[in-house]
Design a protein around this ligand. Sequence first.
Ligand code: AMP
Length: 218
Amino acid sequence: MKLIMLGPPGAGKGTQAQLLAKELSIPHISTGDIFRAAIKEETPMGLRAKEFMDKGFLVPDDIVLSIIIHRLKKDDCKGGYLLDGFPRTLVQAKEFDDELSELNSKIDCVVDIEVEDAVIVARMSGRRVCPNCGASYHLINLPPKKDGICDECGNKLVQRADDNEQTVLRRLNVYHEQTSPLKKYYQAKGKLIEVDGNRDVNVISSEILDKIGRRDLK
Ligand code: AMP
């Protein structure tokens, strides 16, 4: 199955993507994670992407398209994949569709997780992540056992550079302007599944699985 996860930053796309990819045994491909790994390794692409990411802007389409096309050519994507954070603009979506049709392939479903802006700002400014193993916490909703320390690997937790309030507000603006038009685009193709992201993680994932399962995946 080939899935896309849509939704504003902080809506819980990453968490749901991880759960679903595991459940469906398909690779979870997050463009944000690919960029963060490239930044850690200080590759030229990573350093270019960082300039945009830290300010809350989107990385230019040509960079994103080339990394995603390269990633999807790997063997583990042959049986399907779950895209988390791609596409984020209409240009990306259209170019991706062209690329897929050349390969005689297509996306099965687009899952859109919606949460209001005020909830997102509260969620994201409290988020802390482990730069070593990628585990994610929240100061109020999901605190680590020991203040500031990762439960999984003992590393010091950090706040992502793009999770401060001003940058979160900019990312939300960018989402409303550039990414949310994708909902209409995929709805017109009959691919969109909408889910309310203001609920328990497990309730959301079972609803998604249920809605995906009930679709006629031709
Ligand atoms: P995420 O982890 O998905 O929230 O992504 C973090 C940041 O990476 C975003 O705010 C963008 O700056 C950049 N990014 C990730 N995916 C894309 C994409 N498809 N197009 C442009 N920029 C992206």
